[in-house]
Ligand binder design. Structure first.
Ligand code: HEC
Length: 103
């Protein structure tokens, strides 16, 4: 009797916690409205490539800049922080940022 109880209980606990885990949903708060990237050519690529490490707050809070300045930011994300962005996507993102967040 004693011997069988241990594994049985363990199984019960495992099943119960699996069921509890399956039920759990974690509602995320919506993004800040001000951090929503402005619509425009390249916004999708930018959203895909630039939110895996930080929110778009980082982008929208930057001072406005020309293509050269944004190219510096994107290059830094790739070279220094290891963002896996292709050359083609980087070009699209820089154009998007310089157009929508340019000066
Ligand atoms: C691999 C992770 C990663 C990805 C992907 C990434 N970033 Fe970053 N980003 C960082 C880190 C790390 C920082 C610095 C955070 C800090 O200083 O607190 C940063 C900071 C920034 C900043 C703040 C200014 C600065 O230079 O520190 C801007 C603007 C920015 N990122 C834009 C972008 C854009 C645009 C993209 C898409 C091309 C992008 N990031 C993708 C990691 C990433």
């Amino acid at each position: 009797m004693r011997r069988a109880l241990g594994p049985g209980l363990l199984l019960l606990v495992l099943v119960a916690s699996a069921v509890a885990a399956a039920d759990k949903t974690i509602p995320m708060p919506p993004d800040h409205a001000y951090a929503t990237l402005k619509p425009g050519a390249g916004v999708e690529v930018t959203r895909q490539q630039c939110v895996s490490c930080h929110s778009t707050d980082y982008i929208v809070m930057q001072p406005r800049g020309n293509a050269k300045q944004w190219d510096g930011v994107v290059t830094k994300m790739i070279k220094v922080f290891g963002a896996p962005v292709s050359d083609q996507d980087a070009k699209t993102i820089v154009e998007y940022l310089a157009t929508q967040y340019g000066n």
